[in-house]
Ligand binder design. Sequence first.
Ligand code: FAD
Length: 294
Amino acid sequence: MYAAEFDYYKAGSVAEALQLLGAHEGAKLIAGGHSLIPLLKLRLARPPALIDIGGIAELKGIKVENGTIHIGALATHGEIAGSSEIENACGMLAEAAGGIGDTQVRNWGTIGGNVVHADPASDWGTVLTAMNASFNIEGSGGLLRSGSRTVSAGDFFEGVYTTAVGEGEILTGIEMPVLGPNQHAEYAKMAHPATGFAVVGAAVVVTVADGRCTAASVVVGGMVTSPLRARSVESALIGQELNLETIAAASENIAQDVGDNAIGDFFASAEYRTVIAGVEVKHALNHSMGLAHH
Ligand SMILES: Cc1cc2nc3c(=O)[nH]c(=O)nc-3n(C[C@H](O)[C@H](O)[C@H](O)COP(=O)(O)OP(=O)(O)OC[C@H]3O[C@@H](n4cnc5c(N)ncnc54)[C@H](O)[C@@H]3O)c2cc1C
């Protein structure tokens, strides 16, 4: 099917994109188009206008500076996967990016479009929540939403296809701290064989001091409507020496964290997803500690 008719505008700057958004009610931004174009063609979205932000220089680029990783909203998955700066700052980000879709998806799809689309099966939501990333949002003003604001990952993902980015706003970039010398991070997923999307994904960031885990951030994706922090797994890890036994025991707690809320669909039942979540959390933790191969 062809998309319904729409007007097309190409914005040269964030200010111009905001002005165009304000001037065209119901308009949608387009970045890589890899999520939006399928929706247009299925006529699940019928915006009267598309505002192409793909050429805006200020939304591009990747920088690691003063202990902070800055990723522009237009950075493609391929650019992140191939960035040596990202690899050195947090290898999990490069690895997750390299596992998205296929070469074409990685060359066109952007991290900004991915997180704003907020598909529960996306990889970035899980990984960025585990990293406790911050999301920079720019708006043109108004009573409720004015100017720039920063939202933490925990507040950014609000549900299926829903985020804190409101009408008339643009996500400009994402920031997070570089991994510390005693921190270990890893992402593992059961990938859908056709698309690479996460049927279940697990991202972990653990801090180890004097041989024991002092902090843990464990997040699963594809399980419920948005990335889920696995608090029971985290508490079971803290204070432990991280070895095959303690990791296996802690990973079993995932069922408690997911409860009765797991998504069941055509690809995998809720029960199956919950079992696989435990496997992927264990896999990511073992790998982060050098106890298993990918
Ligand atoms: C075959 C295939 C396989 C895929 N496999 C995977 C996978 O394995 N893992 C995975 O995570 N994803 C996967 N994806 C999704 C892919 O990562 C998309 O690139 C991503 O979801 C959307 O990014 P985009 O730049 O194409 O966004 P677009 O399609 O251009 O936009 C998506 C949405 O975000 C909005 N938007 C875009 N940029 C901004 C911005 N800066 N500020 C505010 N709103 C914005 C748009 O208005 C739109 O609503 C796959 C997609 C395809 C087609």
